[in-house]
Design a binder for this molecule. Sequence first.
Ligand SMILES: [Cu+2]
Length: 164
Amino acid sequence: MGNKNTIIWIIVVVIIIILGVVVVGNRKAQAPANVQNQTQEESTAEEESLPNNEVLPIGNNQSEGSANTDTQVSSTAIVTYTDEGFSPSTLEIKLGDSVMFVNESSGGMWVASGPHPTHTLLPSFDQKKTVQTGGTYTYTFTQAGEWPFHNHVKSSEFGKVIVK
Ligand SMILES: [Cu+2]
């Protein structure tokens, strides 16, 4: 009888130990599961942050692109030429920018760099022909400096482009 009770107790203790091991094992199994969920959440957060990181460089590229737009893509300033002369008569632009001269006067316009009549200061800055009302002349400045210009067919009208 005593042996049977001992065996029963041993069995009960073994069952309790097994149950305890199973419970602890489940907790351990759940704990890693939670850790995995956390790591998944973290990785999800990383995945969420990665697109942001990807977006940011794109944004940087865009800002760089816009910076490049400022520096590389030139703008065109407009100078109107009327019977009162060039307006604005003096303008400042960036290197690589263009200036479009628009003839809104009643006469001819032949834009050229100084000095009249040789135009040797910036020989390429020379329209080399006369355009009538509505005609235009666009020149892209690729050299920094101050470039006086005038209307070659009416040299009393002049101005200056400052390229920086
Ligand atoms: Cu001239």
